[in-house]
Design a protein around this ligand. Structure first.
Ligand SMILES: [Fe+2]
Length: 293
């Protein structure tokens, strides 16, 4: 059922809420027999789960041979066609997230062993580069730590709406979140970006969320209602809510999602076990099953 946005009536919201909170299928990792040629039941299982939960987990049969090119092919079979590239990605827009020497990528947190706070990917992107989905695939897990928590933005929306519907209005203001312009050596690297936390994506009609817990280079709207709404969201993210998924990817396992809220715990590598995650972000949202590709 489509997300109806904040223009929906209370009755329509309650119907959507009822639908959302009663998924007929549980989350269950899908074991892929051959990642080059997904079977219909594998595609159906991943996309149906993602249709309800905005996330699905998978594992491949021969992880030792799985490459970034295999991930690209796998994603294409799931209907993800428009990857978002970035400075540290390869030619297929796939980033190898691992600990790298500080001198190469500065203190860019994804490339350290530090914890990462809750966020959605691309919260700083311009609207024409909205990130609607991403995939994480574990090539190698860390010796210890490196787990992820995930929260479906639709469940966060329901939690906040049920507490106070006017908090949702506050978080839908077009200037709730401001990322100041990035200027380096007198050159504009990235212009200022203002966005709502929650919005209805004009291309898909679905809920889109932009959020980060980072404390620097970010400004939040200062009015009381917005601050209270953000405080409620923070409390939810810091809680033991049943809505929060705890996942630690093992080698050969991955997850595909509609850009859900997520974080990462601190980790430590050993000489033999150095964490390596393939990550690719997409402008597409995962299609609903059945897909015609
Ligand atoms: Fe992320």
């Amino acid at each position: 059922m489509k997300f109806l946005g904040n223009n929906s009536s209370r009755r329509e919201y309650l119907a959507w809420r009822e639908w959302k909170l009663n998924p007929p299928i549980p989350l269950k990792k899908v074991r892929l027999k051959n990642h080059d040629t997904l079977e219909d039941n594998e595609k159906q299982s991943i996309l149906s789960q993602a249709g309800w939960h905005n996330v699905a987990a998978f594992s491949v049969c021969n992880p030792a041979k799985f490459s970034t090119n295999d991930l690209k092919i796998l994603a294409q079979q799931l209907g993800l066609q428009m990857p978002d590239s970035n400075l540290y990605a390869n030619e297929d827009a796939i980033s190898e997230i691992k600990v790298v020497d500080k001198s190469r990528r500065g203190e860019y947190i994804p490339y350290t062993d530090k914890a990462m706070g809750w966020h959605t990917d691309g919260y700083y992107n311009s609207k024409d580069k909205t990130i609607r989905a991403f995939i994480l695939y574990c090539q190698q897990d860390a010796a210890t730590g490196g787990a992820n928590q995930l929260l479906d933005p639709e469940l966060a929306y329901i939690h906040i709406y049920d507490n106070n519907p006017s908090y949702i209005n506050a978080l839908m203001q077009p200037d709730t979140l401001t990322i100041p312009a990035t200027i380096e050596n007198d050159r504009l690297v990235r212009p200022e970006q203002k966005s709502p936390v929650f919005s209805t994506d004009p291309y898909t009609g679905m809920l889109h969320m932009r959020y980060t817990q980072r404390k620097t280079h970010i400004e939040w709207k200062a009015d009381k209602l917005t601050q209270k709404a953000l405080s409620l969201l923070r409390d939810l993210l810091d809680s033991n809510s049943d809505s929060i998924l705890n996942i630690r990817l093992n080698p050969g396992e991955g997850l595909v999602c509609n850009n859900v809220l997520h974080n990462r715990s601190v980790f430590s590598n050993s000489e033999k076990q150095k964490r390596l995650i393939f990550r690719v972000r997409y402008y597409d949202r995962l299609p609903t099953w059945p897909i015609d590709i």
